[in-house]
Design a protein around this ligand. Structure first.
Ligand code: 6PG
Length: 248
């Protein structure tokens, strides 16, 4: 797949979603490490990626990957402490990070136990420092993993929120009315600047929304996942047959 192309890959079920996600992660990690000596990835939260993280924490991936050359960030985080059951950090830690030889210094979690805007500001500083960004420069992740909610949100870019249209900040702290809570999220300019973006979405409950996102009119306020188009990279949608049943 050449740069800036979009691929939609329909796989059979959740297990296939996990294996294709793990394989994409592994391939891109090996390519990035071979080319630049490191692999910088923004992990997705929610439930879908958990199985893929579990595969990566086990053979053959566990010993195949050079974990000391991998840096993990999060595309978004819930406004909870790291030990909270809803924490995206905790999900990745329990499923993968605690089981592989990834140096603690390579884990760049969102410090979400603090006030939400402070957490966003701090994470923005983390990004600027890690990527040694000049003013106005965007971080470029080697891979951004994303999921999609049944309402069309991705990361914590929810329908009707200003974060969907944020073009200046790297990290935002939107209030999410439907959950009555703040979230911390990377913004579209950061997510879209990745070399490779991989969505993984499965389940019948996402079929209607997926059809709108991929084949409907451009309505990002209704379907925020539509704002994720690579500025100079690739976009792979991994979807299972249940989620893809309405695609033409
Ligand atoms: C989160 C995720 C979110 C997730 C979607 C899909 O913090 O919840 O970042 O964007 O990817 O809600 O979640 P599922 O994989 O659980 O369906």
């Amino acid at each position: 797949m050449s740069l800036s192309e979009r691929e939609i890959r329909v796989v059979t079920d959740a297990a296939a979603l996990a294996s294709h996600t793990a394989e994409a992660f592994s391939r891109l990690a090996r390519e990035s490490i071979a080319a630049q000596g490191r692999f910088v990835v923004a992990l997705a939260g929610g439930s879908t990626p958990k199985a893929a993280y579990g595969l990566l924490a086990n053979e053959p991936y566990r010993s195949r990957l050079q974990w000391d050359k991998i840096h993990v960030f999060w595309g978004d985080e819930r406004h909870v402490p790291p030990a909270h059951a809803d924490s995206n950090y905790r999900m990745a830690h329990d499923a993968m990070l605690s089981k592989v030889n990834l140096p603690t210094a390579n884990i760049h979690r969102i410090i979400a136990e603090q006030e939400a805007q402070q957490a966003a500001d701090a994470y923005e500083t983390t990004l600027r420092t890690f990527f040694a960004l000049a003013a106005g420069e965007l971080p470029r992740f080697d891979l951004v993993l994303l999921g999609m909610g049944p309402d069309g949100h991705t990361a914590s870019l929810f329908p009707g929120t200003a974060a969907v249209h944020e073009r200046t900040r790297l990290v935002a702290a939107p209030w999410v009315e439907k959950f009555n809570t703040f979230r911390i999220t990377m913004t579209p300019p950061v997510l879209c600047n990745a070399a490779h973006i991989v969505f993984a979405a499965g389940g019948d409950d996402k079929a209607e929304t997926l059809c709108q996102v991929l084949q409907g009119d451009y309505q990002p306020d209704l379907y925020p996942s539509q704002v994720i188009t690579p500025t100079q990279g690739t976009l792979l949608w991994l979807v299972d047959e249940a989620a893809a049943r309405l695609l033409v």
